[in-house]
Design a protein around this ligand. Structure first.
Ligand code: NAD
Ligand code: UD1
Length: 338
C-alpha cells in the first residue's frame, strides 16, 4: 500500500479517485484550494469508506506549501488533478489557465523533485489529439493544436512532463487521456457539481431533468454521424477513477513517460444520450436543435486497447449505468454540495 498525494482531490474526478484509493487500502493526502469544489465531497468520501484521509487546503502554485506538505507526509506518488477546466473561460482569461495549469504543474514537479518523489499520474484529455485523426483515436496518432486554451495547457503539460522523463530517468509519469467522464458513485453521495451554467452535456441534462434549466440545446444536428448530432466516448467516473489506481501500480515499477486513452471505445451521439437518459430514468428532457458549438468535432472516441493490455484496466459500466448514476446523484443533490 502506498502514500498518495492527490492534487485537486476534492473535485469531481478527484473525489471518486480518493474513494477508490481508500477502499484499496492506500493512505491519501489531498491538496486542493477549493476554487471549484467543496470540502463536503471529502467528508462524504470518508463517510462512505469509513476511512480517513488528510485534507490540506492549499495551492499547487505555492512551492513553500508543497515543501511543507512533502516534509510532513511521506509521499510515494502523486495523482495530479488540480487545475482549471472550463473551455469557454480559458478563451476569456488565458493567463489564469497558463498559471494554474502549466505553472502549477511545473511548481508541483519542482517540489516533487526537491522531495525525491518521481511517480506521477497526470489528468490529460483526448483534446490533445490532432482533429484530423479519425476515431477510434489511438495513442500513436499525432497530437495537434487544441482549439482552445484549456486544451493547449494539457498539450503543453504532457510535453514538458515527457521531457522531464527524458532528462532524468528517476521520473515515471502516466498521462491519462480522458474521453468524456460522466456518472457518479452508486451511492449518489458524490458527483459532478459544476458552478454556474454547465458547459458539458451530462450536467446540463441532469439539471434540465431536475428542473434547474428549461431545456437542453443540442449543438449541431447536421454532423456526418448516425443521427447528425455529435458523437463522444462517455466513460463512467468510477471506471476512470480505477484507471488511476491501475496507472499508479504500473508506474510504481516503471520508468519514463507513457500515455493511455481512458474511454470505453463506444461512440454515442447526443440524441442517444438524451433518449437513453429518458428511458433509463423515466424523466423527459425537453430539447431544441441549436447551431453547432465553435470548436466541436463531429466524432471522438477511443481505441482503449493499450490501457486494457498494459494497465490491466477494464471499464465495467455501460451507458445506462452512467445515466442512471448521474441522475441518482443529481436527484439526491439538486443543488450539488450547496
Ligand atoms: P474539478 O474542477 O472538479 O476538479 C479540479 C480540482 O482542482 C477542484 O477541486 C479545484 O478546486 C482544484 N484546483 C484548481 N486549481 C487549483 C490549484 N491551483 N491548486 C489546488 N487546487 C486547485 O475538475 P474534474 O472534472 O474533477 O477534473 C479533474 C482533472 O481532470 C482536471 O485537470 C481536468 O482538466 C481533467 N479533465 C477533466 C475532464 C472532464 O470532463 N471532467 C476531461 C479531461 C480532463
Ligand atoms: C469538452 C471540451 C473538451 C474538454 C471536455 C471535458 C469543447 C470544444 N471541448 O469536450 O476540451 O476536455 O469538454 O471538459 O468544449 N452538447 C450539447 N449541448 C450541451 C452541451 C454539449 O449538444 O449543452 C454536445 C456537444 O456539442 C458534444 C457533446 O454534447 O457533441 C459532448 O459535449 P461536452 O460534454 O461539452 O464534451 P466535449 O465537447 O467532448
Amino acid at each position: 500500500m502506498a502514500n498518495i498525494l492527490v492534487t485537486g482531490g476534492a473535485g469531481y474526478i478527484g473525489s471518486h479517485t480518493c474513494l477508490e484509493l481508500l477502499n484499496a487500502g492506500h493512505q491519501v493526502v489531498v491538496l486542493d484550494n477549493l476554487s471549484n469544489s467543496s470540502a463536503e465531497s471529502l467528508q462524504r468520501v470518508q463517510a462512505l469508506t469509513q476511512k480517513s484521509l488528510h485534507f490540506i487546503e492549499g495551492d499547487i502554485r505555492d512551492g513553500a506549501g508543497l515543501d511543507q506538505l512533502f516534509q510532513q507526509h511521506k509521499i510515494d506518488a502523486v495523482i495530479h488533478f488540480a487545475g482549471l477546466k472550463a473551455v469557454g473561460e480559458s478563451q476569456q482569461i488565458p493567463l489564469a489557465y497558463f498559471e494554474h495549469n502549466i505553472a502549477g504543474s511545473i511548481s508541483l514537479a519542482q517540489a516533487m523533485q526537491r522531495a525525491g518523489v518521481f511517480k506521477l499520474v497526470f489528468s490529460s484529455s483526448a483534446t490533445v489529439y490532432d482533429e484530423a485523426n479519425i476515431s477510434p483515436l489511438n495513442e500513436e496518432m499525432p497530437t495537434g493544436m487544441p482549439s482552445n486554451n484549456y486544451g493547449y495547457t494539457k498539450l503543453i503539460i504532457e510535453q514538458l512532463l515527457e521531457k522531464l522523463t527524458i532528462a532524468d530517468e528517476r521520473w515515471s509519469i502516466a498521462l491519462l487521456r480522458y474521453f468524456n467522464p460522466v456518472g457518479a458513485h452508486k451511492s449518489g453521495q458524490i458527483g459532478e457539481d459544476p458552478q454556474g451554467i454547465p458547459n458539458n452535456l451530462m450536467p446540463y441534462v441532469t439539471q434540465v431533468a431536475v428542473g434547474r434549466r428549461e431545456k437542453l440545446s443540442i449543438f449541431g444536428s447536421d454532423y456526418d454521424t448516425v443521427d447528425g448530432t455529435g458523437v463522444r466516448d462517455y466513460i463512467h467516473v468510477v471506471d476512470l477513477a480505477n484507471a488511476h489506481l491501475c496507472a499508479l501500480n504500473n508506474r510504481l515499477n516503471a520508468q519514463g513517460c507513457r500515455a493511455w486513452n481512458i474511454g470505453t471505445g463506444n461512440g454515442i451521439s447526443v440524441l442517444q444520450v438524451k433518449n437513453t437518459f429518458e428511458q433509463v430514468n423515466g424523466v423527459e428532457i425537453p430539447f431544441e436543435l441549436a447551431p453547432r458549438r465553435a470548436g466541436d468535432v463531429a466524432t471522438s472516441f477511443a481505441d482503449n486497447r493499450r490501457a486494457i493490455a498494459e494497465l490491466g484496466w477494464q471499464p465495467q459500466y455501460g451507458l445506462e449505468d452512467m445515466l442512471a448514476d448521474s441522475w441518482n446523484w443529481q436527484k439526491q443533490n439538486p443543488n450539488g454540495y450547496r
